[in-house]
Design a protein around this ligand. Structure first.
Ligand code: SF4
Length: 243
């Protein structure tokens, strides 16, 4: 199983800091976006699995592992391509691989009986990126500033890059079930929890009117330091083109 969560945790901290001034309508207990359709990298899923194991809730007889198994037997959205893969295709002038993953109804198996996330501190980026400046729990649509959509896409790309040395992307429940079932240290099994391989970061495709602001965001991200004082740029490619 992956053990170096340092850059991932630093990215999560950076994102918390980046969004802290935004007046989101999201509040504790609202979980309309907590569905079976969450996609994750193996790195993110490993952090969640470790959190479940540490809190002693991963024994087969206990919740939520039994519920995870059930959710994994009929998974929701399962991506068939990744953002970095599509970006590489775009840059090379190829047709982008279509994502044929389909969403289905169902709540995330990691919600507790009070509707709270049982792995909140370790939750994957897809959960952190789901936000809205207007209430959407009465059947309405979420609202997000366009630049935050761009930033979220970039965050997904960077996390995929962190996990591009053999890592994969897939449905959260399926990835978790494979990881919770694997013997401790069974790295190969956990990294192969999905057949969809992650790709390195080719750069970012950003709308022309956002490029200036995006470059400033990127500089801030590259300079952000992990707990031991290492800048995040240490884990990123030297060249980060913005197309
Ligand atoms: S992992 Fe937590 S935050 Fe994410 S969908 Fe599941 S319950 Fe919600």
């Amino acid at each position: 199983m992956h053990t170096n969560y340092t850059p991932l945790r630093a990215l999560y901290d950076f994102y918390d800091d980046f969004i802290k001034g935004i007046p989101f309508a999201c509040r504790k207990g609202c979980n309309v976006c907590c569905t079976v359709n969450v996609a994750v990298t193996s790195l993110e899923a490993a952090l969640v699995a470790d959190s479940l194991n540490q809190h002693g809730t991963a024994s087969p007889a206990d919740s939520p592992s039994g519920i995870i198994k059930q959710a994994a037997s009929s998974p929701g959205y399962t991506p068939t391509t990744t953002i970095n893969r599509n970006t590489w295709e775009l840059i090379r002038g190829q047709d982008a691989t279509e994502d044929s993953g389909e969403h289905r109804d169902g709540t995330c198996p990691l919600l507790d009986s009070e509707g709270l996330c049982t792995v909140y501190e370790a939750r994957p980026f897809a959960c952190r990126a789901m936000s809205s400046t207007i209430p959407c729990d009465q059947g309405g649509s979420a609202a997000m500033e366009p630049f935050l959509v761009t930033v979220n896409l970039a965050m997904y790309q960077i996390i995929e890059h962190l996990d591009s040395q053999g890592g994969t992307t897939g449905n959260l429940s399926v990835m978790l079930q494979t990881m919770l079932d694997a013997a401790p240290g069974d790295t190969e099994n956990t990294m192969n929890a999905s057949p969809l391989r992650n790709c390195t970061l080719p750069g970012f495709v950003v709308p022309p009117e956002e490029k200036l602001r995006f470059r400033s965001f990127l500089r801030r991200l590259q300079a952000w330091k992990t707990e031991d004082g290492t800048p995040l740029s240490r884990w990123l490619p030297e060249e980060l083109p913005v197309y």
